[in-house]
Design a protein around this ligand. Structure first.
Ligand code: GRF
Length: 201
């Protein structure tokens, strides 16, 4: 029986952060975690194919049939997480807002990566907002998920420079490289009980 923590990862799209997390666990025999499930709200998410190619169980709970009834969607969304006996849940490009009720089931064991230097730029369009503000530094944050959106305790941040001719896409691409460094590093520390902020530059 493995004493590794079982890590479920929620994705909505390409899953590049999920790949970084899964590979960091599969490529290190001493890693405190093991991937137990990749779960998406989108049956077409590219992350599902990448997870299956790595031998990781996948599941889909489409949010669309539930309309605006977030609670009804989440009643179904939680089932595969319980069946997979997830100890920790990582949101990685998961694009649905979760209710406080859902978050409370996993509070203290749910992480998210957000493409800004929180507390700056909670919510969407973070790269365009940083450019509009004339910021010289930008980056990404891994934080614990709490009922307030993009608001939980910060566990790690990585910074990138903003260059004069950057477009939002240029900045997003530069930040994404750092996301793939930061999230695996924070997850390993978090699973070992190290919750002090990791700063990568
Ligand atoms: C990334 O920019 C991440 O910061 C945000 O979702 C985007 C796509 O992530 N949360 P991925 O490639 O699906 O992991």
């Amino acid at each position: 029986m493995s004493d590794k923590k079982r890590v479920a990862i929620l994705v909505s799209g390409g899953g590049s952060n999920m790949v970084s997390l899964v590979d960091s666990m599969l490529n290190d025999a001493d890693h405190p975690g093991q991937p137990c499930l990749v779960l998406s709200n989108n049956a077409d998410a590219g992350g599902l194919t990448k997870a299956a190619a790595r031998g990781v169980a996948t599941a889909v709970v489409d949010h669309r049939p539930f309309g605006k009834d977030r609670e009804a969607f989440e009643v179904e969304l939680v089932k595969p997480l319980l069946e997979a006996r997830a100890d920790v849940v990582c949101l990685a490009g998961f694009m649905r807002v979760l209710t406080a009720g859902f978050v409370r089931q996993f509070e203290g064991r749910m992480l998210n990566i957000h493409p800004s230097l929180l507390p700056k730029y909670k919510g969407l369009h973070t790269h365009a907002r940083a450019l509009e503000a004339g910021d010289e530094r930008h980056g990404c944050t891994v934080h614990e998920v709490t009922p307030l959106l993009d608001d939980g305790p910060i566990l790690g941040q990585a910074e990138v420079p903003v260059l004069p001719d950057d477009t939002p896409d240029d900045l997003a691409a530069r930040v994404l490289v750092q996301e793939h460094r930061l999230y695996p590093a924070v997850l390993a520390r978090y699973l070992r009980g190290e919750h002090d902020i990791l700063r990568l530059n």
